[in-house]
Design a protein around this ligand. Structure first.
Ligand SMILES: Nc1ncnc2c1ncn2[C@@H]1O[C@H](COP(=O)(O)OP(=O)(O)O)[C@@H](O)[C@H]1O
Ligand SMILES: [Mg+2]
Length: 395
């Protein structure tokens, strides 16, 4: 049987660009190349789609410089012809990336040019796309919309679930409507607020301290601040205003949430074929190995320092609580209309209540990330996981 040709999209315009590169290294190294022919397509930080960049397979997290998608002299731009669907992927010539103001720009040849036929080369029939992209323009429904327009099968959540889960404010609304508990919270507009108004809104909503102030559409703990109770209103206002401004650097939509006193338990949900019942892994927990003053998992302890933490699956909790987490995770996945995969992050309070914190529709996918580790501990290995996800969308 002919190998299925899979475009693996990586990099991208989001802050999590390098995480995507490292996830992709893992995916490409583990992909079953008897079944699949991967076609790695990198997206630079400024949004250029390329092939023939640096080989992602060698990238890893070793404390050195973070990998990024760079245009090399051999790189060729990728062009899409939306109307050609699975045959709509083309490559230009390397010079098109380096000449002209932007992309093809003014260097593009005219249709009357006799050389035109050599300018674009078909990348051949594409059986599926695996977008290993995190954050905005990757995990938020935009690239999913593009692939829907083209009619190309792709792995993962569709437009709605991706968009709803990228925006923590809307995730809360959808989950609440499905009767799934989330932390009480309010939304403020960082473009237009006063410290006094914010404090008044917090009081009106009856939110208890500590609070967590975070951008509604960001990830990797960027812009998240814990705000403790202050002794006087003035200090409280100042703290809140500073936290809103910090979150506002990432998104004008800022969420102020009541802090949940609980352990952070994450559950991997898998549903390769649309319409099937989603499966939930054993829930896991990130256990910090080194003493840290940080109040919560920040970017460094999550991603940059592999020795700072490890994942423990199943998390050290009673089986009945683990089963509750799995049940909530499956329900949350269905409530947002999930597809393919998602990691549902929860807080489990001391009395065993499960509160959903967020849903990541394209979770970290390196071999040591929670998502693959959780499935490994539940009996689905890394390579098999990738195979199932891709085969689930093939036509
Ligand atoms: N309501 C909350 N209660 C307690 N801790 C929180 C709350 N919201 C966020 N945190 C802490 O901040 C971290 C990052 O926030 P999160 O909502 O997961 O955003 P991100 O998308 O950046 O991962 C969480 O892992 C958790 O440690
Ligand atoms: Mg999180």
């Amino acid at each position: 049987m002919a190998k299925k040709r899979v475009v693996v999209l990586y990099g991208g315009r989001a802050d999590e660009h390098s995480i995507s590169c490292i996830s992709t290294a893992g995916v490409l190294n583990a992909m079953d190349t008897e079944r699949f022919e991967p076609i790695p397509v990198g997206i630079t930080k400024d949004g250029k789609w390329i092939v023939n960049g640096e080989d992602p397979r060698g990238w890893k997290l070793d404390g050195g410089e973070l990998p990024t998608v760079q245009v090399t002299p051999e790189s060729r731009p990728v062009l899409l012809d939306v109307s050609r669907g699975q045959d709509g992927f083309f490559m230009g010539e390397p010079a098109h990336l380096t000449s002209g103001e932007s992309g093809f720009g003014t260097s593009f040849v005219s249709l009357n040019d006799p050389e035109m036929q050599h300018v674009l080369t078909s990348m051949g029939h594409v059986d599926a796309v695996l977008p290993v992209l995190h954050g905005p323009y990757g995990e938020d429904g935009t690239v999913q919309g593009l692939l829907e327009m083209m009619g190309v099968p792709y792995v993962g959540c569709g437009v709605f679930a991706s968009a709803a889960c990228m925006d923590k404010h809307y995730t809360k609304i959808v989950l609440s409507a499905a009767g799934i508990p989330t932390a009480p919270g309010i939304m403020v507009d960082a473009r237009n607020f006063t410290a006094a108004d914010v404090l008044a809104k917090v009081e009106e909503a009856g939110l208890a301290y500590p609070l967590f102030v975070k951008p509604s559409r960001a990830g990797s703990s960027f812009g998240v601040t814990k705000v403790d109770k202050a002794d006087d209103r003035e200090t409280q206002q100042d703290r809140l205003a500073a936290a809103v401004a910090t979150a506002g650097e990432h998104d004008w939509k800022v969420l102020i949430e009541q802090g949940v006193d609980g352990r952070e338990i994450e559950c991997a949900v898998l549903c390769p074929k649309a319409g099937d019942e989603p499966e939930a892994s054993w829930p896991g927990e990130i256990v910090l190995d080194q003493g840290t003053d940080d109040q919560f998992y920040d970017f460094d302890s999550k991603y940059m320092d592999a020795s700072a933490s490890h994942v423990e699956v199943p998390a050290n909790l009673p089986v009945s609580v683990l089963e509750d987490v799995r049940d909530v995770a499956r329900r949350a996945f269905k409530a947002v209309d999930g597809a393919g995969l998602s990691r549902v992050d929860t807080f489990v309070t001391p009395d065993g209540t499960v509160v959903v914190n967020e849903i990541n529709t394209m979770p970290g996918f390196t071999p040591i990330s929670m998502y693959p580790k959780a499935w490994e501990a539940t009996g689905v290995g890394y390579t098999e996981l990738i195979t199932r996800l891709i085969e689930g969308v093939l036509r």
